[in-house]
Design a protein around this ligand. Structure first.
Ligand code: KE4
Length: 425
C-alpha cells in the first residue's frame, strides 16, 4: 500500500471524505488522492517520493511555481516579526495601494482570508448599497461556498454531480437567479422582468469552474450596460482570473469596468488572502464607514500579505505575462496536435496563464456544451498522465494553470507524455 493510500485511510477517519476541500478527494476521477509533501518550482513530490509536473498550482495561487525563494524569504521575515496582531499593519496599506494601482476600477479595497469571504462580502455590500435582494449568477460559475451562491454552483459541487448544495434554505436560494453563461438574451430578459429588484450580477468574466469557458463577444458588455441602466452592481469575481489571465485580470483583458471586484489566489501567493473592492461610493457602505457589516480576525494577516506582496511585485517584471501565456499556449497547442495525430476527439484553449482541456471536438462555449464532454475519456487521460508524472486537476470541470517555473522543456515533456498516452488510446 502506498503512503498516500495509508494517509488517505487515516484521513478518512477524522476528516469528511479525507480532505479539507471536496475536489481534492478524486471522487470524479477515482483512485487515491496524492498526498503531497514538497513543492519546488513547477514540480510537486508526493508522500511516496514520486515527482509530478504540477498543472494545478494549488488551484491558481502558485503563478510563480512552488516555494519561490523571494516569496519564502518574505514569509520568513514577516513571521519572525510576529504572526498576527489583529491591528492594522503597514503591509496592509502597501497591499491596498498596490491593488488599487494595478486595477483602475478599485478605488478602495478590503482584505479578507479567502475568495469565499470576498464574494460573500461583495454580495452583502451590493445588497446593502442598493437596498435590493436579487442576485444573478450563471450556471457552472463557482464563487465560493456562501449560501447565496450554492445554487447550481460549478467546481466541486458540479464535480460531485450535485448541482445545488444541501443546507441552503429555500428562503435564501430564492433570491438567487441562475442564468446560462454566455446567453445575453437571457440576461436581457431577466433584467426586463426583475430589473428594479436586482442588487447585483456576479460573474467569472472568464469562467474557470466549469472547465475554462471564454466570454462570447458582447456578453460582458451587455451585462455592464444592463447593470448601469438598472442600477445593479456588477461584480467581477476575479478570484481565479485576477493577475492570472493578464496584468489587469479579465477586466483589463476585455477592457471592462466592474463596480466591484473580488480577488484571491494569486494575491496571496499560496497564503490565505482574499479581497473585495471597487467604487468608493459603494465601499463607503462597509463598516465601520457604513451599515454593511464585514469583519475578520485574520483579515490582512501580515504573513499572508507578505507572500502576496512578494508575488505581485514579481509579476510586474517585463514580459512576465507574455512568457506565461506562451507556456499555456504551447501546452494546449501541443496537446491538440498529438490528440489529432492519434484521432482522439479533443480540444483545448488557454487564456493567459490558465487553460482548458476538453474531450470533445470543439472548445465548449456554454455549460451545456461542457457537460457533453467525454468524462470517462478525461478520467482515463488524467490517470495515464498522473502515472507518468503529470498532475492535472482531478476533475473535468476545472481549469488548469501553468506557472513561470514551467520551462519549455517541462511543457514539451508533458506533450510527449500525452503523445504516448494517445498512441495507445
Ligand atoms: P476560496 O474560498 O476557495 O479561496 O475561493 C472561492 C472561489 C471564488 N471564486 C472563484 C472564481 C473561484 O474559482 C473560487 C475557488 N476555486 C476553486 C477551484 N475551482 C478552489 C478549489 C477548491 O474549492 O478546493
Amino acid at each position: 500500500m502506498s503512503r498516500s493510500q495509508q494517509l488517505f485511510e487515516r484521513a478518512q477517519q477524522y476528516i469528511p471524505g479525507g480532505v479539507n476541500s471536496p475536489v481534492r478527494a478524486f471522487r470524479s476521477v477515482g483512485g487515491t488522492p496524492r498526498f503531497f509533501a514538497v513543492g519546488t518550482g513547477a514540480r510537486v513530490t508526493d508522500a511516496d517520493g514520486r515527482s509530478y509536473l504540477d498543472y494545478v498550482g494549488s488551484w491558481g495561487p502558485l503563478i510563480l511555481g512552488h516555494a519561490h525563494p523571494a516569496v519564502i524569504a518574505a514569509v520568513q521575515q514577516a513571521a519572525a516579526n510576529g504572526l498576527s496582531f489583529g491591528a492594522p499593519t503597514e503591509s496592509e496599506v502597501e497591499m491596498a495601494e498596490l491593488l488599487c494601482s494595478l486595477l483602475p476600477s478599485l478605488e478602495m479595497v478590503r482584505l479578507v482570508s479567502s475568495g469565499t469571504e470576498a464574494t460573500m462580502s461583495a454580495i452583502r455590500l451590493a445588497r446593502g448599497f442598493t437596498g435590493r435582494d436579487l442576485l444573478i449568477k450563471f450556471e457552472g460559475c463557482y464563487h465560493g461556498h456562501s449560501d447565496s451562491l450554492l445554487v447550481k454552483a460549478g467546481s466541486g459541487l458540479l464535480t460531485l454531480g450535485n448541482p445545488s448544495s444541501g443546507g441552503v434554505p429555500a428562503d435564501v436560494a430564492r433570491h438567487t437567479l441562475v442564468l446560462d453563461y454566455n446567453d445575453s438574451g437571457q440576461l436581457e430578459a431577466a433584467f426586463a422582468e426583475h430589473g428594479a429588484a436586482i442588487a447585483a450580477v456576479i460573474v467569472e468574466a472568464v469562467a474557470g469552474n466549469m472547465n475554462l469557458i471564454a466570454p462570447r463577444s458582447g456578453f460582458l458588455q451587455t451585462m455592464r450596460e444592463l447593470c448601469s441602466r438598472h442600477g445593479a452592481v456588477l461584480i467581477f469575481d476575479e478570484v481565479m482570473t485576477g493577475f492570472r489571465v493578464g496584468p489587469r485580470g479579465a477586466q483589463g483583458l476585455y477592457d471592462m469596468t466592474p463596480d466591484l471586484t473580488t480577488l484571491g489566489k494569486v494575491i496571496g501567493g499560496g497564503m490565505p488572502v482574499g479581497a473585495f473592492g471597487g467604487r468608493r461610493e459603494i465601499m463607503a457602505s462597509i463598516a465601520p464607514l457604513g451599515p454593511v457589516y464585514q469583519a475578520g480576525t485574520l483579515s490582512g494577516n501580515p504573513v499572508a500579505v507578505a507572500a502576496g506582496l512578494a508575488t505581485l511585485k514579481l509579476l510586474q517584471a517585463d514580459g512576465f505575462y507574455d512568457a506565461l501565456a506562451q507556456g499555456a499556449r504551447s501546452l494546449t497547442e501541443g496537446l491538440v496536435a498529438v490528440a489529432r495525430k492519434h484521432g482522439v476527439p479533443f480540444s483545448a484553449q488557454s487564456i493567459g496563464g490558465m487553460f482548458g482541456l476538453y474531450f470533445r471536438a470543439q472548445c465548449p462555449q456554454t455549460y451545456a456544451e461542457v457537460m457533453e464532454s467525454d468524462q470517462p475519456a478525461f478520467r482515463r487521460f488524467f490517470h495515464a498522465m498522473l502515472d507518468t508524472g503529470h498532475y492535472f486537476a482531478p476533475s473535468a470541470f476545472e481549469a488548469g494553470f501553468v506557472s513561470a517555473a514551467h520551462s519549455t522543456a517541462d511543457i514539451a515533456a508533458t506533450v510527449a507524455a500525452a503523445d504516448a498516452v494517445f498512441s495507445n488510446w
